[in-house]
Design a binder for this molecule. Sequence first.
Ligand code: BTN
Length: 261
Amino acid sequence: MIELSRPWQEAARPGRRVGHAIEAHLTIGSTNDRARELVANEGIVVIAEEQTSGRGRRGRGWHSPPGRGIAMSAAVRPRLAAGDAWQLALAAGLAAAAACEPVARVGLKWPNDVVSSIDGRKLGGVLIETVIAGDRVDAAVIGVGLNAMWPRSDMPADIRDEATSLGELAGTGVDRVALLDRLLDALSDEIEAIERGESPLGRYRTRCTTLGTVVTAETAAGTVTGRAVDLDERGTLVVEAPDGRHVLDGSEVLRVRGGGS
Ligand code: BTN
């Protein structure tokens, strides 16, 4: 039996864009799947103590053992052109990083892995699923996973070397309800900013740990190794490699090594 020190609903704020209501589960397959079912209810958030089939980007899985972190998905209907849908991923990454910041220094490894500023280990990720209708974003599910109270020694072998958690970094307990509350505040602010036409790119650049580092990116077309020199106006990564410049789209890149700290 999983017991919370206080209920997730304490992070719900009436009138807030994202997280005016929270549906909490002890266990679920994936909060993204449940949020997709609720997408007509703009701003509702689904959270679970445990996911049994948590999903990561590019078809990978996401570990969400009971009580160790935040596994949450928000259903939103952003007033956004389809061509600007890419901004949601950057906005969500920025919100996740802002929520962590009072506990530990973090950055964003391109495109939106939340990583420790100290050792580059990953402690969070973002999975966005959008429904496009014509030239508009009709709906989006914004999934965020954050490792909170999860010692590295307890992590499964497949992630232990490259992953960390807020508690591990801070050496203290982490109030997960307060962490969720900050995340929902920041997500609401970021979504409202992009709806006003403010690109998240400027803020993203200051958080991005990948710029200036040497990365190896696996794409469907092959492997690219070079220095990450810029982000273009759509948030794609510009890499200077021996054979020339490559522009890497986050939705096409399978994996980026390096560039995390
Ligand atoms: C990644 O870095 O690959 C993205 C991880 C996203 C995980 C979160 S946890 C809540 C939501 N539900 C899921 O199944 N995935 C996302």
